[in-house]
Ligand binder design. Structure first.
Ligand code: PLP
Length: 431
């Protein structure tokens, strides 16, 4: 069928019938994608793109990994769907593999359909476990676009909801645009923790069930926290009997060069929220890794959570195959070596050569370039300029991930040094 399909045909079909997410429908001009392999995607005219977006920071193992595709096919032939209440081999194997990779006091995995509902369920677990109501989360964050997850989200896309019950926000560290007038990382860390303690005290420690944080806020700008910040948050949480939920939907499963980003900060959360990289998004899924103490609580308390497709067998089979392939092919090690090596150095070199880059930050294959019109004032590059850069990159075959005035440099974890160099050369030309 695809032999006679053209870019124009698919574009028209989309514009006529598809209602897009996060957009006003009249202004859309979506890029047509026909296929992909590894770090590359292409359209129906054969134009190829190097995917430095990982499709919303998702395809850690790249496009069309043959073992993952085969595992989904095999599962579809055996049992294409099964209700969450049944015991199922693929689901058990998927949970076991996730727990084998998660360092900490975890004993079970709760599966969901995506990242947002994983956050919903983590918050519900925390509320039930503590008997408290409030969730504290960061202003600079994204936790998903469902009821409670979007209220927990603090970034500028947050849907205002003054009637939301049981949520409060705090400022998390972002030294480049410090909310604390800090001049270095130590000051930013100390002041952010003092501020968080103040918020806890003002909101009433006895009413707070959990602090929900992305280990490294992704959509908000790949904000790698100061090295002692998360340990400080953990201490405050313990001091007030509050749970710590780390959202690793974007940062987890290899992206930072570790299986989990919290491994960089020697901190143990009570609940870990995941999605995306766990199976590179081949089939929608997500989940919550649950500590032993919380699991024991639910031995004799009802948990009111779950959807028809939770732990769907096609998703579970893809998790098993993805995590096995990542282990066998050294994908996490590759993200560490290439991401913290040639990619990080190359981005620093770009910043040295181009005044439009105000800051480079990140870990592994999880980086962001902060684009500014003036380095001294740090004024964000205007949207029209950013849009021009984006078009120029696409014209040269680089698929970027652009958010506000930032270029998020997030290729798949399998990216090779040669592919990074090709992408950096395009960035260099365009900037
Ligand atoms: N949490 C984080 C940190 C995310 O980055 C995202 C999505 O980008 C979500 C949650 C929501 O995940 P989903 O879109 O799968 O619901």
């Amino acid at each position: 069928m695809s032999d006679c399909v053209t870019n124009d045909f698919v574009h028209q079909l989309d514009r006529q019938y598809v209602f897009h997410s996060w957009s006003s429908q009249g202004k859309l001009d979506p890029l047509v994608i026909a296929g992909g392999k590894g770090c590359r995607m292409w359209d129906y005219a054969g134009k190829e793109y190097l995917d430095f977006s990982s499709q919303l920071v998702n395809t850690n193992i790249g496009h069309q990994h043959p073992k993952v595709v085969a595992a989904i096919q095999a599962q579809a032939e055996t049992l294409a769907t099964v209700a969450p209440a049944h015991a199922n081999l693929a689901r058990g194997e998927a949970a076991k593999r996730i727990l084998e990779r998660a360092p900490g006091p975890f004993s079970k995995v709760f599966f969901t359909n995506a990242g947002a509902d994983a956050n919903e369920n983590a918050m519900r677990m925390a509320r039930s476990f503590t008997g408290r109501d409030k969730i504290l989360s960061a202003y600079r964050s994204y936790h998903g676009n469902t009821g409670a997850a979007i209220v927990a989200t603090g970034d500028p896309r947050r849907i205002p909801n003054e009637f939301a019950r049981g949520h409060a926000h705090f400022f998390n560290p972002y030294l480049y645009r410090s909310d604390f007038w800090a001049v270095d990382e130590t000051q930013e860390c100390e002041r952010a923790l003092q501020h968080l303690q103040r918020v806890i005290e003002c909101e009433g420690p006895g009413s707070i069930a959990a602090i929900l944080l992305e280990t490294i806020p992704g959509t908000a700008g790949v904000l790698v926290p100061p090295k002692d910040y998360l340990q400080g948050v953990r201490k405050l949480a313990d001091q007030y009997g509050i749970l710590l939920i780390l959202d690793e939907v974007m940062a987890g499963f290899g992206r930072t060069g570790r299986w989990f980003a919290f491994e960089h900060f020697a901190v143990e959360p009570d609940l870990v929220v995941f999605a995306k990289g766990v199976n590179s998004g081949y089939v929608p899924t997500g989940g919550v890794i649950v500590s032993d103490a919380i699991c024991r609580h639910f031995d004799d308390h009802m948990f009111f959570g779950g959807l028809t497709y939770s732990g769907h067998p096609l998703a579970m089979a893809s998790i098993v195959a993805t995590l096995d392939a990542m282990r066998d092919e050294g994908v996490v090690e590759n993200a560490d070596r290439v991401g913290n090596g040639v990619l990080a150095k190359g981005l620093q070199q770009l910043a040295a050569d181009h005044a439009v880059i105000g800051e480079v930050r990140g870990l592994g294959v999880f980086h962001a370039l902060e684009l500014v019109s003036d380095r001294r004032s740090r004024a964000p590059l205007p949207a029209a300029e950013v849009a021009k850069l984006k078009s120029a990159m696409l014209a040269k075959g680089l698929l970027p991930f652009v958010i506000e005035n930032r270029l998020h440099i997030v290729p798949p974890c399998i990216v090779s040094e040669a592919e990074v160099e090709q992408g950096l050369a395009i960035l260099d030309e365009v900037l």
